[in-house]
Ligand binder design. Sequence first.
Ligand code: ADP
Length: 205
Amino acid sequence: MDGANTPVKTVNVILLGPPGAGKGTQAEKLVESQGMVQLSTGDMLREAKASGTEMGNRVADVMARGELVTDEIVIGLIEEKLTSTDAKGFIFDGFPRTLAQADALGELLEKTGQSLDAVIELEVDDAILVDRIVGRAEQARAAGKPVRADDNAESLKLRLMEYYKKTAPLLGYYHAKGALQSVNAMGSIEEIAAQLADITKSLAA
Ligand code: ADP
């Protein structure tokens, strides 16, 4: 039943996957289809850099190299958003990326009276990731658009290393909590979006 008075449960999900897995693309699709709120630490950090804040300047080189910025900075960004945004259902995109960030997120959600409903892993083979990211940079360049400072083969190598060393352990962490679901993210954008919409809808039911 989908009556106007039926309360809809707020759903909070994490999209987890390597650089180029499509977290940002799929988060945007969930915003459109489910009215959820995207919280992308990558976007927040790029905005800080673009607006020239002191923190933005401090993290710019670290990001361009493909390393992770400190837990303290990104946890601070997320805390600010979680405490200032109405809970409509959050999609965490690019956060958490370390076990310390995962613990901090758990505490923040508890403090704000919310739950984590699922962690969705976007599974993509490494060779495809490299093609997607190098392709994204080439397309942007051809269109005269700005190219991300970390979308080059050298930074990508480091981003992947950082992912496997620091972020992939979160798969085990959330699996142990019974929260992990995996989606094959090598199909078309629309196919993957449909699967993610099904998952979030079933969590809200
Ligand atoms: P990707 O497309 O590689 O997943 P993002 O746009 O999510 O990249 O993030 C770009 C960069 O911003 C990362 O390589 C890292 O330097 C920084 N960053 C973003 N989120 C985090 C985070 N949660 N912890 C640490 N660094 C982060």
